[in-house]
Design a protein around this ligand. Structure first.
Ligand SMILES: O=C(O)CCC(=O)C(=O)O
Ligand SMILES: [Fe+2]
Length: 310
């Protein structure tokens, strides 16, 4: 299938009974890999994490879990601790247990969904998202002029300022854990190549030494590549572009409560409009380990620019 002709990200739905059955095998796994690598979203309604009675207070509207600065509570494998939780919260251990459980369950789902290919994905941060997106006001501890960067209600492909990806891709699994049956509402947009073409001419090349200096002065945790430079610019230009936000091809998607969805968030244009209580697990995989590396944003941008970017 030709991505350019097919355009917008599609939602491929797999019934949970099929996903969990013995009949789910190599042919289905290859189809799931192809769909994800073509920047579609794979949705499994009814697939959700296991919850225990200790988790119950985490889903009570009276419980304030976050520290008021962060919208998510994060378990970072490098820091080996959770961040974003209110100081002295009595629920610290319960949230930590939930995140650890979600991480191991998503790792198992990924191997079921993709077979051996799933083992090439490396688990990174895990997040719990207890804050209603629609009523989120101030986002993070950032200046008003930079707040748009953290505003995920605007269409974007993921790119992080301090965490350059280089050859690696961002893959995320989300589960809507809403206890009141409310959906998590997203918009998904046009294909990555159309998005890149829209802005590429406006993005200057990095100055000689610029990327190393940023690393030296700790703007980035490690060295940003030319690829990361472009991805970050696409992210910011897109979020600031009202015409793109309002009038580019896009569809509304409602992910039902108790469902799980999978996608490469560095190439699926997405915006989260509403929803409360979700878990998310981030994975990374080198684009070279994809079945079709030419579908990666790395190779797409190299083809469009005509130069190596890493
Ligand atoms: O919280 C969500 O539903 C998605 C937010 C988002 O843009 C992301 O996690 O990349
Ligand atoms: Fe995102």
């Amino acid at each position: 299938m030709n991505r350019e002709a097919s355009g917008m990200a599609k939602i491929i739905t797999i019934p949970v009974s099929t996903f969990l059955s013995d009949g789910w095998g190599a042919t289905d796994q290859s189809a799931a890999i192809a769909a994800l690598e073509e920047s579609d979203v794979v949705l499994v309604p009814g697939l959700t994490m296991s919850l225990t009675s200790a988790d119950e207070p985490l889903f009570a509207s009276s419980t304030v879990l976050t520290d008021g600065v962060n919208k998510n509570i994060t378990l970072d494998p490098y820091l080996e601790k959770i961040t974003g939780i209110a100081a002295n919260s009595q629920y610290r251990s319960a949230v930590e247990q939930l995140l650890i459980r979600y991480k191991s369950e998503t790792e198992a789902w990924l191997v079921r969904l993709l077979g051996e290919q799933g083992r090439k994905f490396e688990a990174r941060r895990t997040t719990f998202r207890p804050v209603e997106i629609r009523s989120r006001e101030k986002i993070g501890k950032v200046a008003e002029t930079k707040a748009y960067r953290y505003d995920d209600t605007r269409l974007h492909a993921d790119a992080f300022k301090r965490r350059p990806m280089g050859a690696r891709r961002i893959f995320r699994i989300f589960s809507n854990l809403n206890p009141d049956g409310k959906p998590r509402v997203w918009k998904v947009g046009d294909d990555f190549e159309a998005y890149a073409k829209r802005y590429l001419d406006r993005i200057r090349s990095p100055y000689p030494g610029e990327l190393s200096l940023k690393n030296l002065f700790r703007v980035t945790h490690w060295r940003r590549t030319h690829y990361d430079h472009i991805m970050l610019n696409l992210h910011d230009l897109g979020k600031l572009d009202e015409e793109f936000q309002n009038n580019s091809p896009q569809t509304l998607v409602e992910f039902p409560a108790n469902s799980t969805w999978f996608c490469f968030t560095d190439s699926v244009l997405h915006a989260a409009l509403a929803g409360c209580y979700a878990a998310e697990q981030t994975f990374e995989i080198s684009y070279r380990d994809m079945v079709s590396p030419e579908r990666s944003p790395q190779m797409t941008l190299e083809r469009l620019k005509g130069v190596p970017l890493l």
